[in-house]
Design a protein around this ligand. Structure first.
Ligand SMILES: Cc1ncc(COP(=O)(O)O)c(C=O)c1O
Length: 405
């Protein structure tokens, strides 16, 4: 049967209801324009532009030579789970044992697993917004209900403990957030997370899903704080992390959780029926990443900080853009809503989707509309590109918006 209107209607309802990932959709369009010969600057994808550090690649080669070619245990190799438990103790002050760890195919998979394992139809998942595009779709797949709580621009896009307290109901199962954040780069401080933790402590059936994938790309003086290190709620916090961002290993597809044993066991059970253990060579390489030198990671983080400074400075020069200063990750997230309702004579911009598409077609700069992140006023610009590409891209954006009246 070829793809047609009829076959599309044969898809399961849960897939029909799912949104396509907006970040991947923009990347696809940018590739198409580039294939037509246009000089596209692609700032849509959330991917480090660095290579995986050499010692990690060497460990992978060694694993191939040593014969790590078979299935791995469903929850990951024992020595990798130990390396992750050690990492949680060393860097996050969370005391997990290897039995609390499950390794999966990227942090995305880890997040989706936890939601499948904990959410019953109708359960509410409070998502601190702006949020990463996939969160709400993962909740939808589990037949849960997303409750989006927005952080104010004035509060660096962060949701307060008081806002959270007001949003919790009898149906609340999980509170979910990323810090450092994608798309805003905001970092929740220890003080803010302790206040949120105090609210969670009062609601004994509520869990926290803390996405710490950008942990190592943090430009604050105080560094990263893990809400899972708060003893009163430790057993109700599931900490998700991985190697994609901090070690430039997006394609290796390794993510992991640290969680109470019954939750880890639930994830292992699910994985045992759906994916089995993730790639053996990638797991061996991850041991080298976690136990090895951190200098390459610190160097990459320094480069992201320098680019953040450059992009923020240039974006602030664009009339009408409201720009926060990201404290981590590799994105800028200007409020571009000043331009809604304006036109270049041919195209009228009514929302962030219009803006991102117009910018791609007009200036060949690929970004991502804020709408998919629960922030329809914004535009996500990845800063994981060279200084030259970033400077050129922002100049193109500046020139393009000058035509909007
Ligand atoms: C906030 C956030 N969480 C999780 C992920 C997924 O990471 P991974 O590549 O390990 O699946 C991403 C990737 O873009 C992300 O931005």
């Amino acid at each position: 049967m070829s793809a047609s209107v009829e076959t599309a209607s044969l898809l399961a309802d849960r897939i029909v209801a799912l949104e396509e990932s907006s970040t991947l959709a923009m990347t696809k369009k940018a590739r198409e324009l580039a294939a037509q010969g246009h000089k596209v600057i692609s700032l849509s994808v959330g991917e480090p532009d660095f290579k995986t550090p050499k010692h990690i690649c060497e460990a992978a080669k060694q694993a191939i030579d040593e014969g790590y070619h078979g299935y791995s245990p469903v929850a990951g190799y024992a020595d990798l789970r130990k390396a992750i438990a050690d990492k949680f103790k060393r860097e996050n002050k969370i005391d997990w044992k290897p039995e609390n760890i499950v390794v999966s195919t990227g942090a995305k998979h880890s997040l989706a697993n936890v939601i499948q394992v904990l959410v019953n139809p109708g359960d509410e998942v409070i998502i601190l917004a702006p949020y990463w595009v996939s969160y709400s779709e993962m909740v939808k797949l589990a037949e849960g209900k997303s409750v989006i709580l927005n952080g104010a621009f004035e509060n660096d896009f962060k949701v307060t403990a008081r806002q959270l307290e007001e949003a919790i109901t009898d149906r609340t199962k999980i509170i979910m957030y990323a810090s450092p954040n994608n798309p805003t780069g905001s970092v929740y401080s220890e003080e803010e997370l302790r206040a949120i933790g105090a609210v969670v402590a009062k609601h004994e059936n509520v869990f926290v899903l803390a996405d710490e994938i950008y942990e190592h790309i943090n430009f604050t003086d105080k560094g990263h704080f893990s809400i899972g290190s708060i003893p009163e709620i430790k057993d109700r916090v599931i900490t998700v992390n991985g190697v994609a961002k901090g070690f430039a290993m997006t394609g290796w597809r390794i993510g992991y959780i640290g969680a109470a044993k019954w939750i880890a066991d639930g994830v292992e059970k699910l994985q045992g029926q759906v994916t089995s253990g993730t790639g053996s060579i990638s797991q061996r390489a991850t041991i080298a990443a976690l136990n090895g030198p951190m200098e390459p990671t610190y160097e990459m983080s320094k480069a992201y900080q320098r680019r953040r400074d450059l992009v923020v400075k240039l974006l602030k020069e664009i009339p009408g853009f409201k720009v926060n200063v990201p404290e981590g990750a590799f994105y800028a997230f200007p409020d571009i809503s000043y331009y809604y309702g304006k036109s270049d004579g041919e195209t009228t911009i009514n929302n962030s989707d219009d803006f991102a598409l117009w910018l791609l077609n007009k200036a060949y700069v690929a970004t991502v509309a804020g709408s998919g992140f629960g922030a329809p006023y914004g535009l996500r610009i990845s800063t994981a590109a060279s200084d030259e590409a970033l400077a050129e891209a922002v100049q193109r954006i500046k020139d393009a918006v000058a035509t909007l009246k």
